[in-house]
Design a protein around this ligand. Structure first.
Ligand code: NAI
Length: 340
């Protein structure tokens, strides 16, 4: 079956890592008609808008996209296209698995948890205004509708994936109304899932617990900004941002992208680690029913890690992005020949 998938190579290391992933997906035998689009500064220059309609309609039509990182200027300039895209398509659930890979030097080789981040509201929306010069307000909007659906998503995800516990992460001791609402809804929704354990942690303590005893966590659900920050913290526990994949899921479609950004410090050198976006691509393959291809590509990727010969620089190796992808493709082909 041919799949129509929107491809957004993105900025910085985006084109390097997405092309590595496309090569591996195609080598796994998945038949894809890619529809390629640009967003952000590139689109601003070409079309005069950072979020062109044709990119959004392409994702709406195809219902699935593989996306590289998009740069957002700091402290000035256009608002985040990543946030804009998630809002435009109502991609409310950001699912970010955190699992250590073989042979990767990291603090917690056994770690296996999943962050479920609310993706459409909260402080991360960047709703800000100047009250008077020198005084700025930033609004944190938490709604019953968005909180209920992300919590329900987290519990359903836990049940469907054989997970035992969901932890709500919050700061309801200080933000008694906004995080208080989130937490109340969490325990209300948890009653519909008696087979899944439910507990909660205040975010500051949660950060310390994640660093000291992460094995106590399984699925963690939280509002947008907390999810943004904890995702990078958790990536650090398993060996870095090059290894942390993600999926933005909604009723209108799904956009698969790595946790990391455009890495301007290493862009254009061909040395980025494509594993995070590749693993996002594997989540995408499972989402579109290409489970067998996902299994084979994952097996090949794990074999390359287990062998330890081809590691990118962030993991202490010397292999570049394209050669790392070639090593995975070679393993894929070798596995297929052995199975034939
Ligand atoms: P970043 O995630 O791009 O980079 C942080 C550090 O991790 C850098 O040292 C970078 O070299 C390294 N790194 C990241 N991905 C890597 C990979 N695949 N392989 C090897 N090393 C990797 O974060 P930063 O520098 O804060 O943000 C850069 C830009 O990316 C900003 O404009 C930001 O807005 C944007 N961004 C976009 C995201 C998205 O499109 N979803 C997510 C996060 C940031």
């Amino acid at each position: 079956m041919k799949h129509n998938i929107t491809l957004i190579p993105g900025d910085g290391i985006g084109p390097e890592i997405t092309s590595a992933t496309v090569r591996i997906i195609e080598a796994a035998g998945v038949d894809v008609e890619w529809s390629t689009h640009i967003l952000g500064a590139q689109a601003q220059e070409k079309y005069g808008t950072t979020l062109p309609d044709d990119a959004i309609s392409s994702i709406r039509q195809n219902k699935v996209a593989l996306k590289g990182p998009i740069m957002t200027p700091v402290g000035k300039g256009f608002t985040s296209v990543n946030v804009g895209l998630r809002k435009a398509l109502d991609l409310y659930a950001n699912v970010r698995p955190v699992k250590a890979l073989p042979n990767v030097p990291c603090r917690y080789p056994e770690l296996d948890l999943v962050i479920v981040r609310e993706n459409t509201e909260g402080l991360y929306s960047g709703i800000e205004h100047v009250v008077v010069p020198g005084v700025v307000e930033s609004l944190k909007v938490i709604t019953e509708k968005a909180s209920r659906r992300i919590v329900k998503y987290a519990f359903e995800f836990a049940r469907d994936n054989g997970r035992r516990k969901v932890t709500a992460v919050h700061k309801a001791n200080i933000m008694k109304l906004s995080d208080g609402l989130f937490l109340d809804l969490f325990y209300e929704v948890s009653k519909d899932f008696p087979d899944i354990e439910a507990d909660d942690k205040i975010i500051d303590n949660c950060c310390m617990q994640l660093v000291m005893r992460p094995e106590q966590f399984d699925v963690l659900v939280m509002e947008n900004l907390y999810g943004d920050i904890l995702s990078d913290l958790c990536a650090g526990l398993i060996g870095g941002l090059g290894l942390a994949p993600g999926a933005n899921i909604g009723e209108q479609g799904a956009v698969f992208e790595a946790v990391h950004g455009s890495a301007p410090d290493i862009a254009g050198q061909g040395i980025a680690n494509p594993t995070a976006i590749l693993m996002s691509g594997l989540m995408m393959l499972r989402h579109i029913g290409e489970n067998d291809a996902a299994e084979r590509a994952e097996k090949a990727m794990l074999a390359v890690f287990a062998e330890g010969k081809y590691l990118t620089r962030d993991l202490g190796g010397t292999t570049n992005t394209a050669d790392f992808a070639s090593a995975i493709i070679e393993k894929l082909r070798a596995n297929e020949t052995a199975a034939a």
